[in-house]
Design a protein around this ligand. Structure first.
Ligand code: ZN
Length: 167
């Protein structure tokens, strides 16, 4: 089931990547493709060296023809299921590799990444300059006026430096 999920996720991601290339999607495709390739390889080996010998080994032992027929059906279903899963996984992996190796898409994804980075840098710059403006604004306006002598003191002062009146 994991294979099917990964294969479908990979196919969806590839479709999304082709429509709107982005580096994060390319990384996702790369990771899923590698994982799926390994998992599919393991599954294929399991079927080749595990399920098939188990079937052919058990077939000779079973004398009951009814049980043999049942295991033949089971075997056919298992082969169809595994065959389907492996085929789907291989198709998804091939698509993944094609997406990754498509230079046109990579270039687009890269320039998109640069656009995003530039926009982010600009946003941070704006946020910072806004913060700076607010900072200086607050500093200027936290000066307090002495109730006793009417002069202005810095915000940090606990008492008036001109007359000693406590704030
Ligand atoms: Zn004062």
């Amino acid at each position: 089931m994991l294979h099917i999920g990964l294969a479908i996720a990979l196919l969806i991601l590839c479709g999304s990547y082709k429509e709107y290339p982005a580096m994060s999607k390319r990384t996702g495709i790369k990771v899923i493709t590698i994982i799926l390739t390994v998992l599919t390889g393991i599954k294929a080996l399991t079927v080749l060296f595990g399920v098939m010998p188990a079937y052919y080994g058990s077939e000779s032992d079973i004398s009951n023809s009814g049980l043999s027929a049942f295991s033949s059906v089971m075997f056919a279903l298992i082969v169809i299921y595994y065959g389907g899963v492996i085929t789907l996984s291989v198709i998804a992996c091939v698509k993944g590799y094609k997406c990754m190796n498509n230079n046109e898409l990579t270039t687009e994804a890269f320039s998109e990444q640069q656009r995003v980075n530039a926009a982010r840098a600009q946003q941070i710059y704006r946020a910072q300059s806004t913060a700076n403006v607010q900072q200086s604004f607050t500093t200027e306006n936290t000066a307090w006026q002495c109730k006793n002598c009417g002069k202005y003191n810095e915000s940090d002062n606990k008492f008036c430096i001109y007359c000693g009146h406590i704030r």
